[in-house]
Design a protein around this ligand. Structure first.
Ligand code: ZN
Length: 254
């Protein structure tokens, strides 16, 4: 008799327990990180570190983080599975992948691009992407890679709210842009290279100019981050916090 009463209670408890386990394991969102191993060694080093960083974060913050070196995964069918796509150290070179990405972004997808993933010049032949970047076309860079003083334009934005107004970023190759994306009224610049760095570089020298390093084109759910060269990028706790905040902002942006 006693057993018969306890049995349904036990079953109910087991069900509740199971439900809470399943709920806890359901990822909050899904991220696809695309990268390449057939690019500049410094960019491959960055990709390895970035994947390690976001894999750890995914476990802590309960989201799915898939990685791939196969850019054919940039197709309509596969993109339906993801709330955010990260280009770690490369961009798509063929028309099919580019069209799928355009469709994804025009229909509310999110993109986080690091360093060379935002690179474009007169040979890239992708006008949509230039518009998407807020008009920014690669103009110049410093060499060798160096640390740099950065100015945080907005300390209230969800991406940069944990950063101080100024900080020194770890060694990176910094890119200048012409046109400057800040000239676009839809662009919100979040972090800028401080003019106090100039002249920056030895072989290739950035001598002057207003150079945004983190910005969003507010017409899309997108964020470009210029950091991404070499194996020192994740050496700043403050900056790492921004990398986390950036992904969370994109994944949860309404
Ligand atoms: Zn680079």
């Amino acid at each position: 008799m006693k057993r018969n009463v306890l049995k349904p209670v036990f079953c109910l408890l087991m069900l509740l327990l199971l439900k809470s386990i399943v709920y806890a394991q359901t990822p909050r969102f899904k991220v696809l990180a695309l990268y390449s191993t057939r690019v500049e060694p410094d960019h491959v080093d960055f990709a390895k570190d970035a994947i390690k960083f976001y894999t750890k974060m995914a476990a802590e913050k309960n989201f799915a983080f898939d990685t791939s070196t196969n850019w054919e995964n940039l197709n309509d069918e596969n993109l339906k599975n993801y709330q955010v796509v990260i280009w770690v150290n490369e961009f798509p070179h063929n028309e099919e992948e580019r069209r799928s990405f355009e469709k994804y972004m025009e229909n509310g997808g999110s993109w986080l691009g690091f360093h060379v993933s935002g690179y474009n010049d007169k040979y890239t032949n992708w006008p949509w992407f230039v518009k998407f970047m807020g008009g920014a076309v690669f103009y110049n860079n410093n060499w060798p890679p160096l640390p740099a003083k950065l100015i945080v334009d907005d300390n209230k934005h969800p991406v940069t709210r944990h950063l101080p107004q100024k900080y020194i970023a770890p060694i990176n190759e910094w890119y200048g842009w012409k046109p400057n994306p800040r000239e676009n009224k839809d662009v919100k610049v979040l972090v800028t290279l401080s003019p106090a760095n100039y002249p920056l570089g030895k072989k290739d020298i950035i001598r002057s100019g207003d150079i945004p390093v983190v910005w969003t084109n507010t017409r899309y759910r997108m964020l470009y981050i210029n950091m991404g060269h070499g194996d020192q990028i994740f050496n700043s706790k403050k900056q790492n916090q921004m990398f986390e905040d950036a992904l969370l902002w994109l994944a949860t942006k309404k």
